[in-house]
Design a protein around this ligand. Structure first.
Ligand code: ADP
Ligand code: MG
Length: 343
């Protein structure tokens, strides 16, 4: 058997997944795959479906319709062994659910269910607590800890089980900055080891881009192109009473800001228009560039234009047809000052 047959690239395969609560769709995903060993971030505003997706991936929630295949096993088809599947995948919920018992009881619980020896349970518990910065907390009462500590106990409990898939719902949301950094380094460490597939949700785009191989952006239960693309480092400069951010020596974008010094900006890929002619309105940003890439997606097209830096632009298929765009052609990229976000 060759390696690709032994390790399917589509560890999770979701097809035509819909999840509704009381008739309202919380999730509508035509197709989504996760590879074994990848670290993937789910980003999106409140209510966009991140937790719902994680719960489907954890097999604790059943899709209203559609199919989930995990490691070639069709899930929810009646023949699956849910307990066996759930032992391979662990979710750390937010806020976490902890038994009103000691920290050691909480962490040892799953290990005992897996018939680990007492010694094994003890060692794994103290190792996991050390990993999350709570060494020696075994005898503490779990529910009396701070919310950040409870979050870390839940993470320790998940780590002790050494699951194949770790699903983390907002893992740093209620944690102090210092420990949030520890949790981030832990995710990075697991990512490098590549033994665990990690899917985590976050509001924090920077965290997502720093930690994940891939970012999935959810909005109203659907996967959308990333709004936080076109991220550049630059420097604020005042020119003729306006503020610009220079991203290289000659290329500056008009922005709405009075800031000075180093800048981080992002330009929403959906806020950039493509035009054959420069617009009359001088308050806009307008830069000519060459089309270097065009890709068609299910409901939109993505065009990459090199204007000195590469801009990724999302347009409808209709716009692409109207413009009759070809690779290598020159085109104007037009966007409002407000489209340049200071991040
Ligand atoms: P996120 O985690 O991105 O904030 P959720 O997955 O929690 O989003 O929620 C997605 C949508 O589904 C929201 O509109 C939410 O109100 C709804 N929803 C989630 N869970 C339930 C539930 N158990 N019952 C009813 N509606 C729910
Ligand atoms: Mg949530």
């Amino acid at each position: 058997m060759n390696e690709s047959a032994a390790m399917p690239p589509e560890f999770y395969k979701l097809t035509s997944i819909k999840k509704s609560y009381n008739g309202d769709f919380a999730l509508d995903i035509p197709s989504l795959h996760f590879a074994r060993g990848e670290t993937c971030a789910l980003v999106g505003p409140n209510g966009s479906g991140k937790t719902t997706l994680l719960r489907l991936l954890a097999f604790v929630e059943r899709p209203t319709s559609g199919e989930i295949v995990f490691d070639s096993i069709p899930v929810w088809n009646g023949a699956m062994n849910q307990t066996a599947l759930m032992r391979r995948v662990t979710m750390v919920a937010h806020p976490p659910f902890l038994f009103n018992r000691t920290v050691a009881y909480n962490i040892g619980y799953g290990l005992k269910l897996r018939r680990k020896s007492r010694n094994d349970v003890k060692t794994k518990t103290s190792e996991a607590l050390e990993t999350v910065g709570l060494a020696g907390f075994e005898k503490r009462s779990a529910r009396t800890l701070s919310s950040g500590q409870q979050q870390r106990v839940a993470l320790a409990r998940a780590l002790a089980l050494e699951p194949e898939v770790l699903l983390l719902d907002e893992p740093t949301a209620s944690i102090d900055k210092k420990y949030a950094r520890d949790v981030e380094s832990l995710i990075r460490h697991l990512r490098v080891e590549a033994k665990t597939t990690i899917i985590f949700s976050t509001h924090n785009y920077r965290q997502a881009s720093a930690l994940a191989h891939r970012i999935i952006f959810l909005s109203n239960g659907r996967i959308e192109p990333l709004p936080y693309e076109n991220i550049f480092k630059g420097i604020f400069e005042k020119c003729d009473g306006r503020t610009k951010v220079f991203v290289n020596e000659t290329l500056g974008f008009n922005v709405i800001s009075e800031a000075t010094g180093p800048a981080h900006i992002s330009i929403d890929s959906r806020d950039i228009m493509l035009s054959r002619r420069p617009p009359e309105n001088g308050t806009l940003n307008c830069h000519a560039g060459k089309v270097v890439r065009m890709t068609l997606h299910e409901s939109y097209a993505r065009v990459t234009v090199d204007i000195g830096v590469r801009l990724s632009i999302v347009v409808s298929e209709q716009v692409l047809t109207e413009l009759q765009l070809k690779l290598g052609e020159e085109i104007f990229c037009v966007f409002d000052c407000g489209a340049v976000r200071i991040i």
